[in-house]
Design a protein around this ligand. Structure first.
Ligand SMILES: [Zn+2]
Length: 78
């Protein structure tokens, strides 16, 4: 298994959340991939049901950007 950054997709209510460069572990031999547990926990907290309630579309957009920036390594060039 080696570390790789892949796109992660999940549904928040009826909205599809996309997280580019999500940390994951990919197996060289069988190609199986598992998302990084710490990153998943952080993402779950960010996307918790309470956090998703009563948000305007503007706030949702901003939250999606937060998810991206928090999960990306600072050294990574954009
Ligand atoms: Zn394997």
């Amino acid at each position: 298994m080696h570390r790789q950054y892949i796109a992660y997709y999940t549904w928040l209510g009826d909205e599809l959340i996309t997280v580019p460069d999500f940390p994951a572990w990919v197996c060289d031999i069988c190609g199986r991939c598992e998302y990084d547990e710490n990153a998943l926990t952080r993402l779950t907290l960010l996307l918790s049901p309470n956090a998703g309630k009563n948000l305007s579309s503007n706030l949702r957009l901003r939250k999606r950007e937060n998810v991206k920036s928090k999960l990306q390594r600072p050294s990574q060039p954009e």
